[in-house]
Design a protein around this ligand. Structure first.
Ligand code: DGL
Length: 264
């Protein structure tokens, strides 16, 4: 048993898609969330800079005495997860492996699409992980640099979002039967992405898959939070405006929350 919270990090609000799944699957666990919205998007930044920012987020979470850290960001997972995981003595989980294995299970034709930020796609990490597990899979990757900014600016339900998503996804339409949402911001665009790709295409939300793995790890290390405790008190921090973060977060989580500004 370990009653400390689980730390979540992301470049901004995207990791809330993972946090929401965790709250649904494990409602008695407590979360400390940090989103670096002041410096989002991470996707177009150089790997060294993303690594540096990610370490700052990790150090912040460690000051909150977390029992586990979830990289609720594919971009940070692609460039910094291995290094951070080796350096810490608490479990550190990324979103990429769970998404890769879920895509393999879901695909019937063996043709998998992967959407992600410029850095995630450039790292080719999804193809590497998918083909390491299942070499016969064909992977079509597509960078979607305009998607995360649409979400961060709270425009993810706008007609502009629809136009951008349809235009960006055109090269993949009809080519894959399974599509990995390889950026935690993208589930907020899910209805538009599903319409653009067609209803038959299976969308893999790597965040939701990751929440299942968190549960496995909590059991494995025997660090679940006691179910007999008082109700949870999740904490949210952002490096940008708490108001802007709160608006998106409350809409997505469906509950009122408090958000604190933090400088890293
Ligand atoms: N949410 C992030 C991801 O999963 C990154 C978006 C960005 O900051 O570019 O990759």
């Amino acid at each position: 048993m370990d009653n400390r919270p689980i730390g979540f990090l992301d470049s901004g609000v995207g990791g809330l898609t993972v946090a929401r799944e965790l709250m649904r699957q494990l409602p008695h666990e407590e979360i400390v969330y940090i989103g670096d919205s002041a410096r989002a998007p991470y996707g177009p930044r150089p790997a060294e800079q993303i690594k540096e920012y990610t370490w700052q987020l990790v150090r912040f979470l460690l000051t909150k005495d977390v029992k586990m850290i979830v990289f609720a960001c594919n971009t940070a997972t692609a460039v910094a997860w291995e290094e951070v995981k080796e350096a810490l003595d608490i479990p550190v989980l990324g979103v990429i492996l769970p998404g890769a294995s879920a895509a393999i299970k879901a695909s019937q034709t063996g043709k998998i699409g992967v959407l992600g930020t410029a850095m995630t796609i450039q790292s080719d990490i999804y193809r590497t992980k998918i083909q390491a597990l299942s070499p016969e899979m064909q992977v079509e990757s597509l960078a979607c640099p305009k998607f995360a900014p649409l979400v961060e600016s709270n425009n993810y339900q706008s007609s502009l979002a629809k136009k951008v998503v349809y235009e960006t996804l055109r090269p993949l339409v009809g080519k894959v039967d399974t599509l990995v949402l390889g950026c935690t911001h993208y589930p907020l665009l899910r209805p538009i992405i599903q319409n653009a790709m067609g209803q038959d295409v299976k969308l893999i939300d790597s965040g939701a898959e990751c929440a299942r793995d968190i549960s496995v790890l909590l059991n494995y290390f025997e660090i679940n939070r006691s179910r007999s405790l008082e109700k949870t008190q999740h904490r949210y921090y952002t490096t940008a405006s708490p108001l802007a973060f709160r608006e998106i977060a409350e809409n997505w989580l469906g509950m009122a929350i408090e958000v604190e500004h933090v400088s890293l």
